[in-house]
Design a protein around this ligand. Structure first.
Ligand SMILES: [Zn+2]
Length: 118
């Protein structure tokens, strides 16, 4: 298995795992009902993990608008690319920006919704 994933997908799964961690931590806290301070500590930790995931999700939203939408040359599907080098979200094909697109990275035509692009 390749150690790399599409950046946006990777951040998204990180945010998702934060929610799970938060829920699990709060669940563990329920086992310490007799010790209120410990339970409270677990609850606060859980809430922090969930809040962090909300922040990460908001961050993904910001990143997505800056990501370049391209058609993967390998599988032909549309994928969002972040930065100069990224991986296809469908087939994990390593992608790099075409040198001819140099300097046009933030052209707003790349931010149009999927399906509008020819
Ligand atoms: Zn692909």
């Amino acid at each position: 298995m390749k150690p790399y994933k599409n950046k946006i997908n990777r951040i998204r799964s990180f945010a998702l795992s934060l929610i799970f961690i938060g829920v699990i931590v709060m669940y563990i806290g329920l086992f310490f009902r007799k010790y209120e301070i410990i339970m409270l500590l677990f609850m606060i930790l859980g809430v922090f993990a969930i809040l962090a995931s909300v922040v990460v999700y908001a961050w993904i939203g910001t990143l997505s608008t800056r990501a370049v939408q391209i058609v993967c040359p390998n599988c032909g599907k549309q994928t969002k690319m972040l930065g100069r080098v990224d991986m296809c979200g469908h087939c994990r094909e390593p992608l790099t920006l075409d040198p001819s697109l140099e300097g046009k990275e933030f052209d707003e035509t790349y931010n149009r919704p999927a399906g509008k692009k020819e």
